[in-house]
Design a protein around this ligand. Structure first.
Ligand SMILES: CC(C)(COP(=O)(O)OP(=O)(O)OC[C@H]1O[C@@H](n2cnc3c(N)ncnc32)[C@H](O)[C@@H]1OP(=O)(O)O)[C@@H](O)C(=O)NCCC(=O)NCCS
Length: 218
């Protein structure tokens, strides 16, 4: 089994570790985190250091996955690793309790947690997170660095632009498009297209304000 490292050692990393362990495709070599002290542990896996640790141990490390919940922060860490180690392989983690239908595709670095569904011919971008019970129906297109929070659901033929968030229990009906860098609030029902760089919520969802790339939403 190939060794991987998990970047991040917080609460989100615990869920990613659980998915990796249960999937059983990779062995977790250790955790890398700039803010946690080397030697601290999660579920018996040690924090080995920060991303520079890889430089001296490249032969032992096949690839890794960034386990940071915030879309923008996750992207900045991916960019840093790709800069330091060109071609570094990012792996996916798919909990065996998730369902990936025929024809569906997952980009590198994407995490799919227990109970999530990616339905037929849907394409999920790179470094996305589908939390428990998130569901994307058939023929949808989800951009890179997107989060679907627990229970967020889309109908078929939905498009979500990069860095956007469908918050807890949000619903997006079929054939609707959500732009990039947009946050759809918890419990929203999106009935028509919502543009980029917006915060929208309610039933039906309406844009309540604009937002900038990287603005915090958690
Ligand atoms: C949309 C969201 C990001 C906050 O947006 P915001 O503009 O900063 O909202 P605020 O917290 O300032 O609240 C402003 C008003 O909107 C209301 N509001 C906020 N989110 C709402 C939502 N999802 N649905 C309905 N009303 C909402 C607040 O109650 C508040 O109302 P008030 O002015 O009458 O007191 C946040 O409310 C949300 O839905 N977060 C989801 C978090 C989540 O799912 N996390 C899990 C990720 S894995």
């Amino acid at each position: 089994m190939k060794n991987i490292v998990v970047f991040g050692a917080g609460g989100h990393a615990k869920a990613v570790i659980d998915a990796i362990e249960r999937e059983g495709r990779y062995r977790i070599f250790g955790l890398l985190d700039s803010y946690k002290a080397a030697g601290s542990e999660i579920y018996g896996y040690r924090v080995l250091g920060n991303e520079h640790y890889i430089a001296d141990h490249r032969e032992n490390i096949h690839g890794g996955i960034v386990a940071i919940g915030d879309n923008w922060t996750r992207a900045s860490i991916v960019a840093r690793i790709a800069y330091l180690y060109p071609g570094f392989p990012f792996v996916t983690a798919v909990h065996p309790g998730a369902w990936i239908a025929r024809g569906a595709e997952l980009g590198q670095g994407t995490v799919v947690m227990a109970g999530a569904i990616v339905n037929s011919d849907t394409v999920i971008g790179e470094h996305c997170v589908l939390y428990p019970k998130a569901s994307v129906d058939h023929d949808s297109r989800i951009g890179n660095y997107v989060t679907l929070a627990p229970g967020a659901t889309t109908g078929g033929n939905v498009t979500v632009g990069e860095y956007s968030v469908l918050s807890l229990g949000a619903n997006v009906i079929h054939s609707v498009s959500v732009g990039a860098h947009t946050v759809i609030g918890a419990g929203a029902t999106v009935l028509s297209d919502i543009g980029g760089y917006a915060v929208a919520y309610g039933t039906p969802a309406v844009i309540v304000r604009s937002r900038t790339a990287g603005e915090r939403y958690l």
